[in-house]
Design a binder for this molecule. Structure first.
Ligand SMILES: [Zn+2]
Ligand SMILES: [Zn+2]
Length: 535
């Protein structure tokens, strides 16, 4: 049957074939912007095109990869929360190759130090050492052979950020909380779900926007958001000192409706509300930065870059601006910190037992918004909310986000590591961007001994499960080389073509997985159906 003639409106209403492909790929859990790699089998010389998922964590960019990441985070959270044995973190024995790189790095260091002592130029040896450092990382070793240089500056004792109100216990190397035994002999090892918020900046209504915008303290809100990660670090340190063991956490940063960050934390072990209140009251983070009360250079007349010295100077007087370290040294013992970040006194705390519906609910809550940007979690629907978001963005525009922030120029201080072209109000730091609401840190903060595994380990677990389910043996990685395929290569597939491959591949996988599950169910001992959620 030939289709009748259609009107323009009818044609516009027809689904666009390319959109259907994208939606179908996403519906099947396939990546919508896969990366193309060329895999060469070194035994046979055969090449094959392999599409690797982009791995993006935001649903707006790739819904499937974002969803997979969220599931991995939920697995990681679940596996660590109620551990009843210390997670085994053992280091692999170094390989011969790894030993060789370390030995060569050591020789270079010695030569370099000797040259330096003799007053000779060490540029070449420094470069060689840097090359070896790269090889050391590439060969699969963690960390650096030399620790980062310690801070040159000394702070006065007044500026030490102790928490004097807290008893300090030595931190035992254990990471597991206490157990409780019920009269019937059952033992419980409860863990906790905690929520800490920022302080109040002014009364807000149901929609999160301030009742009196003029009185709302946007500057403090902006600064608290910028220093939220540091404040959270301090809280964990204080909790560890207070509890006397190496407390482990899985934390997620999220915005409240009033656009202030708050943090949901799963911790291993418990403490009472009274104890929590005590730790919170003693927890603060002081920011010892230069003052920003006076605008010394507005946008019309910013400091100018002096190429010969690599410094900024005052265009009127021709004098250099104080360098970052000089500006810090000028802060005296009588000065106040630029900012002191604290949590609000209100918090949520509840005990959660392993494997309960409650624990599943909390994990769902912890990972709920992970596929969205902070600023995208609460979309403004009223003009009051939109105005509130605008005012916060304004407050963040000229607030220095870090020692290297271009905004320091506005207050007459040269930022750390100055570069040409820095403009106040145009700092590229994440904290200033609307979608981050002042918080530039990572969304998920996991302590090292939480599950004893990295996200990559959890990903490998999931992959191994899939391969086992499908009855596929993992090919020997040494047998293949991988090369990215670039546009212009004869075998390069344009995005639309890659997506068609993704749809076809996912359909094949889905059929194979359903079949494998059915077979597993028919077997008397269905080992494989034990973790159905991993698919
Ligand atoms: Zn993707
Ligand atoms: Zn900045």
């Amino acid at each position: 049957m030939t289709p009748a003639r259609t009107t323009r409106a009818q044609r516009l209403a027809m689904p666009l074939a390319r959109h259907v492909v994208r939606d179908l790929a996403a519906e099947h859990g396939g990546c919508v912007r896969p990366v193309q790699l060329r895999r060469t089998d070194l035994h046979t010389g055969r090449t094959e095109q392999v599409l690797v998922p982009c791995g993006h964590t935001l649903a707006a960019v790739c819904p499937s990869c974002a969803e997979r990441n969220k599931h991995l985070r939920a697995t990681q959270c679940r596996e660590g929360w109620h551990l009843d044995a210390e997670p085994a973190i053992t280091e692999d024995e170094p390989s011969d190759e790894q030993r060789m790189w370390i030995e060569r790095r050591a020789q270079t260091q010695k030569q370099r130090d000797q040259a330096h002592a003799a007053g000779a130029d060490t540029t070449d040896l420094d470069e060689l050492a840097a090359d070896f450092d790269t090889e050391i990382s590439r060969s699969g070793m963690r960390g650096n052979v030399l620790p980062a240089r310690p801070e040159r500056r000394h702070r006065s004792t007044r500026r030490r950020q102790d928490a004097p109100g807290l008893p300090r216990r030595a931190i035992a190397p254990r990471t597991i909380g206490r157990t409780y035994t019920a009269p019937d002999g059952t033992t419980y090892r409860p863990s906790m779900f905690l929520t800490f918020t920022c302080d109040s900046y002014g009364i807000v209504g149901q929609d999160g926007s301030p009742v009196n915008p003029v009185a709302y303290d946007y500057q403090r809100a902006a600064r608290d958001a910028i220093h939220f990660a540091a404040l959270f670090d301090r809280l964990i340190q204080n909790l560890r000192r207070f509890l006397g063991y190496d407390l482990q956490y899985f934390a997620v940063i999220e915005p409240q409706k009033r656009l202030a960050p708050h943090v949901h934390v799963a911790i291993r072990g418990t403490l009472s509300r009274t104890e929590l209140r005590q730790v919170l009251a003693a927890t603060y983070h002081q920011v010892w930065w230069p003052r920003t009360d006076t605008v010394r250079f507005d946008d019309a007349r910013p400091p100018v870059w002096h190429d010969a010295t690599g410094r900024y100077l005052d265009p009127a007087s021709g004098e250099f601006l104080p360098a970052w370290d000089e500006a810090l040294d000028a802060i005296s013992a009588e000065d106040q910190p630029l900012h002191t970040a604290r949590f609000g006194s209100r918090f949520d705390a509840k005990g959660v037992l392993a494997g309960t519906p409650d624990s599943a609910r909390c994990i769902g809550y912890l990972t709920k918004y992970l596929t969205k940007q902070l600023g995208g979690c609460h979309q403004a629907t009223t003009s009051a909310q939109a105005d509130h978001a605008d005012r916060l963005a304004d407050a963040l525009r000229y607030e220095p986000c870090s020692p290297t922030c271009a905004n320091w120029l506005r207050y007459g201080v040269e930022p750390k590591n100055p570069r040409e072209g820095m403009r106040p109000g145009r700092c590229t730091g994440k904290a200033h961007r609307r979608e981050h609401l002042g918080y530039a840190g990572r969304r998920v903060l996991v302590s090292r001994k939480w599950s004893g595994k990295t996200l990559a380990d959890h990903r490998t677990d999931r992959r191994a499960w899939l391969l086992e389910t499908l009855g596929i043996t993992e090919p020997d990685p040494a047998r293949y080389t991988w090369m990215p395929v670039k546009p212009g290569d004869p075998d390069h597939m344009p995005p639309a073509q890659r997506l068609l491959h993704v749809v076809a591949d996912r359909q094949r996988w889905h059929t194979a997985l359903t079949e494998a599950r059915r077979r597993a169910q028919d077997q008397p001992n269905p080992v494989l159906s034990a973790t159905p959620s991993a698919a």
